[in-house]
Write a protein that binds this ligand. Structure first.
Ligand code: GDP
Ligand code: MG
Length: 204
Protein backbone atom coordinates (compact mmCIF):
# COMPACT_ATOMS: atom_id res chain seq x y z
CA UNK A 1 0.00 0.00 0.00
CA UNK A 2 1.21 3.47 -0.83
CA UNK A 3 -0.03 6.37 1.28
CA UNK A 4 -0.78 9.21 -1.10
CA UNK A 5 -2.88 11.37 1.13
CA UNK A 6 -3.51 11.68 4.84
CA UNK A 7 -5.38 14.34 6.73
CA UNK A 8 -7.05 15.01 10.05
CA UNK A 9 -10.77 14.28 9.71
CA UNK A 10 -12.12 14.77 13.23
CA UNK A 11 -11.19 15.20 16.87
CA UNK A 12 -13.73 13.69 19.21
CA UNK A 13 -14.33 13.09 22.88
CA UNK A 14 -17.79 11.61 22.71
CA UNK A 15 -19.42 9.36 20.15
CA UNK A 16 -21.45 12.22 18.70
CA UNK A 17 -18.19 13.78 17.58
CA UNK A 18 -17.05 10.77 15.55
CA UNK A 19 -17.11 11.01 11.78
CA UNK A 20 -19.74 8.83 10.06
CA UNK A 21 -19.05 5.10 10.40
CA UNK A 22 -18.70 4.78 6.63
CA UNK A 23 -15.18 3.50 6.03
CA UNK A 24 -12.90 0.93 7.65
CA UNK A 25 -10.74 2.05 10.55
CA UNK A 26 -7.48 0.99 12.17
CA UNK A 27 -7.11 2.15 15.77
CA UNK A 28 -3.81 2.74 17.54
CA UNK A 29 -3.86 1.95 21.25
CA UNK A 30 -1.22 1.85 23.95
CA UNK A 31 0.32 3.64 26.88
CA UNK A 32 1.01 7.33 26.72
CA UNK A 33 4.42 8.01 25.21
CA UNK A 34 4.70 4.59 23.57
CA UNK A 35 5.00 6.23 20.16
CA UNK A 36 1.47 6.23 18.70
CA UNK A 37 1.64 9.66 17.16
CA UNK A 38 5.17 9.09 15.84
CA UNK A 39 4.10 5.84 14.20
CA UNK A 40 1.12 7.51 12.63
CA UNK A 41 3.37 10.17 11.15
CA UNK A 42 5.80 7.53 9.92
CA UNK A 43 3.10 5.47 8.22
CA UNK A 44 1.53 8.45 6.53
CA UNK A 45 4.85 10.03 5.62
CA UNK A 46 3.75 13.29 7.19
CA UNK A 47 6.09 14.44 9.90
CA UNK A 48 3.72 16.68 11.75
CA UNK A 49 0.31 15.19 11.07
CA UNK A 50 -0.06 13.99 14.67
CA UNK A 51 1.56 15.92 17.46
CA UNK A 52 4.50 14.13 19.06
CA UNK A 53 5.00 15.06 22.66
CA UNK A 54 7.93 14.82 25.02
CA UNK A 55 5.62 14.86 28.00
CA UNK A 56 3.26 11.90 28.30
CA UNK A 57 -0.49 12.01 28.63
CA UNK A 58 -1.22 14.89 26.28
CA UNK A 59 -3.71 13.31 23.90
CA UNK A 60 -7.09 13.36 25.65
CA UNK A 61 -9.12 13.07 22.49
CA UNK A 62 -9.78 10.51 19.80
CA UNK A 63 -8.19 11.74 16.61
CA UNK A 64 -9.37 10.44 13.24
CA UNK A 65 -7.06 10.66 10.23
CA UNK A 66 -8.37 9.75 6.80
CA UNK A 67 -5.86 8.01 4.56
CA UNK A 68 -6.12 7.85 0.75
CA UNK A 69 -9.80 8.82 1.14
CA UNK A 70 -10.30 5.11 1.81
CA UNK A 71 -9.79 4.32 5.49
CA UNK A 72 -9.04 6.02 8.78
CA UNK A 73 -6.29 5.65 11.31
CA UNK A 74 -7.63 6.46 14.76
CA UNK A 75 -5.22 7.71 17.41
CA UNK A 76 -6.75 6.71 20.76
CA UNK A 77 -5.75 8.48 23.96
CA UNK A 78 -2.91 6.77 25.80
CA UNK A 79 -3.34 5.08 29.16
CA UNK A 80 -1.15 4.28 32.11
CA UNK A 81 0.19 7.68 32.90
CA UNK A 82 0.48 7.80 36.68
CA UNK A 83 -0.11 11.52 37.04
CA UNK A 84 -3.60 11.37 35.62
CA UNK A 85 -6.24 12.02 38.22
CA UNK A 86 -8.66 9.20 38.94
CA UNK A 87 -11.54 10.89 37.19
CA UNK A 88 -9.43 11.45 34.10
CA UNK A 89 -8.34 7.83 33.94
CA UNK A 90 -11.91 6.62 34.39
CA UNK A 91 -12.90 8.95 31.62
CA UNK A 92 -10.13 7.45 29.50
CA UNK A 93 -11.63 3.99 29.92
CA UNK A 94 -15.09 5.21 28.95
CA UNK A 95 -13.81 7.04 25.91
CA UNK A 96 -11.79 4.17 24.54
CA UNK A 97 -14.32 1.51 25.42
CA UNK A 98 -17.15 3.45 23.79
CA UNK A 99 -15.12 3.79 20.61
CA UNK A 100 -14.01 0.15 20.50
CA UNK A 101 -17.53 -1.14 21.20
CA UNK A 102 -19.46 1.04 18.81
CA UNK A 103 -17.40 1.28 15.70
CA UNK A 104 -18.75 -1.07 13.06
CA UNK A 105 -15.96 -0.20 10.65
CA UNK A 106 -13.20 -1.10 13.10
CA UNK A 107 -11.04 -3.57 11.16
CA UNK A 108 -7.92 -3.71 13.32
CA UNK A 109 -6.51 -2.49 16.61
CA UNK A 110 -2.77 -1.96 16.58
CA UNK A 111 -1.58 -2.38 20.16
CA UNK A 112 1.71 -0.56 20.63
CA UNK A 113 4.23 -1.82 23.15
CA UNK A 114 7.67 -0.36 23.82
CA UNK A 115 10.20 -2.97 22.71
CA UNK A 116 12.38 -2.26 25.77
CA UNK A 117 9.81 -3.11 28.40
CA UNK A 118 7.63 -5.91 29.59
CA UNK A 119 4.05 -4.94 28.64
CA UNK A 120 2.08 -3.50 31.56
CA UNK A 121 -0.95 -5.02 33.25
CA UNK A 122 -3.08 -2.52 31.34
CA UNK A 123 -1.58 -3.66 28.02
CA UNK A 124 -2.42 -7.25 28.90
CA UNK A 125 -5.89 -6.24 30.03
CA UNK A 126 -6.59 -4.42 26.80
CA UNK A 127 -5.33 -7.38 24.81
CA UNK A 128 -7.64 -9.72 26.73
CA UNK A 129 -10.56 -7.41 26.29
CA UNK A 130 -9.95 -7.17 22.53
CA UNK A 131 -9.81 -10.95 22.29
CA UNK A 132 -12.99 -11.27 24.32
CA UNK A 133 -14.74 -8.86 21.97
CA UNK A 134 -13.42 -10.75 18.96
CA UNK A 135 -11.56 -7.75 17.61
CA UNK A 136 -8.66 -8.17 15.23
CA UNK A 137 -5.38 -7.11 16.85
CA UNK A 138 -1.77 -6.67 15.85
CA UNK A 139 1.11 -5.77 18.15
CA UNK A 140 3.66 -3.19 17.05
CA UNK A 141 6.85 -3.13 19.15
CA UNK A 142 7.93 0.50 19.11
CA UNK A 143 11.28 2.28 19.47
CA UNK A 144 13.18 -0.71 18.04
CA UNK A 145 16.18 1.59 17.53
CA UNK A 146 16.63 1.80 21.30
CA UNK A 147 17.91 -1.77 21.69
CA UNK A 148 20.65 -3.70 19.94
CA UNK A 149 19.87 -6.08 17.10
CA UNK A 150 20.71 -9.10 19.18
CA UNK A 151 18.35 -8.08 21.96
CA UNK A 152 15.33 -7.89 19.64
CA UNK A 153 14.34 -11.58 19.64
CA UNK A 154 14.36 -11.85 23.44
CA UNK A 155 12.26 -8.70 23.84
CA UNK A 156 9.74 -9.90 21.27
CA UNK A 157 9.45 -13.18 23.21
CA UNK A 158 8.87 -11.27 26.43
CA UNK A 159 6.10 -9.25 24.78
CA UNK A 160 4.62 -12.40 23.25
CA UNK A 161 4.57 -14.22 26.58
CA UNK A 162 3.26 -11.32 28.64
CA UNK A 163 0.41 -10.67 26.22
CA UNK A 164 -0.24 -14.39 25.74
CA UNK A 165 -0.07 -14.15 21.96
CA UNK A 166 -0.61 -17.26 19.93
CA UNK A 167 1.98 -18.38 17.42
CA UNK A 168 -0.04 -16.99 14.51
CA UNK A 169 -0.22 -13.52 16.01
CA UNK A 170 2.54 -11.34 14.71
CA UNK A 171 4.54 -8.63 16.38
CA UNK A 172 5.95 -6.01 14.04
CA UNK A 173 9.02 -4.14 15.34
CA UNK A 174 8.99 -0.51 14.26
CA UNK A 175 11.18 2.52 14.64
CA UNK A 176 9.98 6.02 13.88
CA UNK A 177 13.56 7.22 14.26
CA UNK A 178 15.14 4.76 11.84
CA UNK A 179 11.98 4.58 9.77
CA UNK A 180 11.86 0.80 9.88
CA UNK A 181 8.89 -1.55 9.93
CA UNK A 182 6.71 0.70 7.74
CA UNK A 183 6.20 -1.68 4.82
CA UNK A 184 5.48 -4.63 7.05
CA UNK A 185 2.98 -2.73 9.14
CA UNK A 186 1.25 -1.20 6.12
CA UNK A 187 0.97 -4.65 4.55
CA UNK A 188 -0.57 -6.02 7.75
CA UNK A 189 -3.00 -3.08 7.90
CA UNK A 190 -3.94 -3.62 4.27
CA UNK A 191 -4.56 -7.32 4.95
CA UNK A 192 -6.92 -6.44 7.80
CA UNK A 193 -8.72 -3.72 5.86
CA UNK A 194 -9.21 -5.80 2.74
CA UNK A 195 -9.17 -9.46 3.77
CA UNK A 196 -8.78 -11.85 0.83
CA UNK A 197 -12.06 -13.43 -0.28
CA UNK A 198 -12.47 -16.78 1.37
CA UNK A 199 -11.58 -19.64 -0.97
CA UNK A 200 -14.62 -20.91 -2.81
CA UNK A 201 -15.27 -24.60 -2.25
CA UNK A 202 -13.92 -26.76 -5.03
CA UNK A 203 -16.73 -28.19 -7.15
CA UNK A 204 -17.13 -31.90 -6.73
N1 GDP B 1 14.09 6.64 19.75
C1 GDP B 1 12.82 6.66 19.41
N2 GDP B 1 11.97 7.54 20.03
C2 GDP B 1 10.67 7.52 19.67
C3 GDP B 1 10.17 6.61 18.69
N3 GDP B 1 8.83 6.83 18.58
C4 GDP B 1 8.53 7.83 19.44
N4 GDP B 1 9.61 8.24 20.12
C5 GDP B 1 9.66 9.32 21.14
O1 GDP B 1 8.80 8.97 22.22
C6 GDP B 1 8.10 10.11 22.70
C7 GDP B 1 6.61 9.89 22.64
O2 GDP B 1 6.21 9.77 21.31
P1 GDP B 1 4.70 10.01 20.82
O3 GDP B 1 4.64 9.59 19.39
O4 GDP B 1 4.24 11.39 21.14
O5 GDP B 1 3.93 8.95 21.75
P2 GDP B 1 2.36 8.82 22.06
O6 GDP B 1 2.12 9.49 23.36
O7 GDP B 1 2.12 7.34 22.15
O8 GDP B 1 1.63 9.44 20.93
C8 GDP B 1 8.59 11.28 21.85
O9 GDP B 1 9.63 11.94 22.56
C9 GDP B 1 9.11 10.63 20.60
O10 GDP B 1 10.11 11.37 19.96
C10 GDP B 1 11.10 5.71 18.06
O11 GDP B 1 10.77 4.88 17.20
N5 GDP B 1 12.39 5.78 18.46
MG1 MG C 1 0.13 10.87 20.85
Amino acid sequence: MIVKKAELAAIAVRADGYPPDDMPEVAFAGRSNVGKSSLLNLLTGRKRLAKVSGSPGKTRTINFYVVNDAFRIVDLPGYGYAKLSRSVSENWGDMVETYLKRRKGLALVVLLADIRHKPSAQDAQLREWLRYRGLNMLVAATKADKISHRAVAAQLSLIRETLALSREERIVPVSALKRTGVEELLAAIEGALYPPESEPCAAE
